[in-house]
Each structure stands twice: as structure tokens, then as C-alpha cells.
Design a protein around this ligand. Sequence first.
Ligand SMILES: C[S@@+](CC[C@H](N)C(=O)[O-])C[C@H]1O[C@@H](n2cnc3c(N)ncnc32)[C@H](O)[C@@H]1O
Length: 291
Amino acid sequence: MNYHVPIMVREVVEYMAVKEDEVYCDCTVGGGGHLCALLKETRHARFIGIDCDPDAIRYAEQVLAPYSDRCSLIEDNFINIGLILKQHRVSSIDGVLFDLGVSYHQLTTPERGFSFEREGELLMNMSPSSDTLRDKLLRTSRDELLNILKKYGDVRQYRRIGAALYEQRRNVSTTSDIRYIVEEHMKGRYKKKNLHRVFQALRIWVNDELMNLRRGLNEAYHALKSGGRIVVISYHSGEDRIVKHTFREWAKHARLTVFTKKVKRPGQQEVEHNPRARSARLRAGEKCVCC
Ligand SMILES: C[S@@+](CC[C@H](N)C(=O)[O-])C[C@H]1O[C@@H](n2cnc3c(N)ncnc32)[C@H](O)[C@@H]1O
């Protein structure tokens, strides 16, 4: 089975516009699909690939083995991009890609605990070195949990569901337990949609995704050369809002030329082929030469 089907590959290649003899960074390697497409664009450009999930790095090492002479893969959080580049004696890069969220592999591997459709332990952490959902649930307050469901998931009936989850937090041990609580405390239709929202909110919380994105974007911007490109694909309105506002702020201070005045969405054909692409939003820009 596929590790992950990369989304909007043509657009990523177009906006990254990789050139020979330059250095680029893919901050979210996943199954290496985007990275492979970018590697194929040139014969000499060098790439650094980062992913905090050791499964992704192991898989990408196999897929990208033919390019190992000009592609280094690193298991780390992308917020550490500055340090990673320094360790690889790279002073600045010509382009950076973020393809946020989870991979198909993470979502569909039951033991990882990301999905309400597959029973698994309460993990949901992309990196084994960060806290699991169980750790977080045991430390949370009722208000924090309610806020997370509302803010990160826009969960309908978040008060009722959050309160029940909080009450049961010491008794739940699998994703099915959480599913059961959500279904039991939800009135009306759209159960599946609400389950999806609850699980998405918990995942964003467990992995500190919005905070990492803010820090990652700033660190990546600092690592970019003048004229370097930044491309970001997000799958959640909270993420896209951060990217949009960050780009807008940079543009206001003449630090970035934004290529995507209107956010780019995948074409109908791609969505038909790969329904997971439907929520993708791509934004791209170029660091201004004066910076
Ligand atoms: C949508 S997948 C990327 C798919 C990839 N572009 C491809 O073509 O296969 C997102 C990946 O980003 C990784 N990731 C998410 N947040 C991260 C972070 N803060 N630091 C490093 N990797 C992260 C996840 O582990 C996951 O493998």
C-alpha cells in the first residue's frame, strides 16, 4: 500500500522552481513524494529533508536511495531547521517546502492511534519523543479540553463531548473508547463529521501543530536566501490562517513577494483521484532581495 500520495505536486515543482547547484529543504518529508519530484528536476541541486516521524525517515531513505549523494534525511522537528542547516554546514537555502498535517501512513496505521476508524492506543504523537494523547489527557483541565475541541476542531456540541471526555479521561485506553464517548454524547446527524473534527482537534493539540507552524515559518524564513522560495500546503483552516497572515505581514514590510494572492486549491481531477486532497490549500512566495 502507498505510504502517502503527494498532493499538488505540479504546483509545488512550479513554485519551488529549483535550480542546479542550489540547496533546498523539505520540512515534511513524509513518504518522500514531493522531495522525489523536486530531486528529479535537477541533477546537482542538494536537498535536506526533515520529518519528526522515524517511520517517515526510514521509508524515505529507501525510496530516495538513488539520490542519497545529494539528499540528507533528518529525523527532527522542523522548528529546528536553523540548527539542522548549521550542522550540515549550510548557511542559507534557496527554497523551503512545508506540506503540513499527517501522512496517509500515520492516519491508517492503527497502532499510531490517529484514526477513529481503526482501534489503537491513545498515542497520536508524530514523534515518539513527544507526549502522547494519553499523557496530555491525564494532565489537561476541563476548560483546556473544551477550548481545544472548539478552537482546533470547531466541534459541534463541544461542551457536552468535552465534559464527557474529561470525566472519562482516566478510563479511556483506546481510540474506540473515545469514539464511543463522542457518539454517545452527540445529538443529531453528522456523527462521522464530528468524529473527524474531534480526532483532528486532539491531533493538533498533541503535536502542538499551530505553534510549530508559527515557529517553523519564521525559522525557515530566516534560513532563506534573498530570492529564495517558500511553499506551504495546509489542510486545516487554522493552519491556513497562520500562513496567510504571516505572508501578509511579511509582504507589508516588503520582506516577501506573495505569488498566491488567492490561495491555490487542487483541481477537480486531483480531488476525484485522491479525495484527501480536497482540503489542501497552497500558498507560495519569494523572499525579497532587499532582506
Ligand atoms: C502530509 S505529510 C507529508 C507528505 C510528503 N510531502 C510526501 O510527499 O509524502 C506531513 C509530514 O509532516 C511531518 N510533520 C508534521 N509536523 C512536523 C514537524 N513539526 N516537524 C517535522 N515533521 C513534521 C509528519 O510526520 C508527516 O510525515
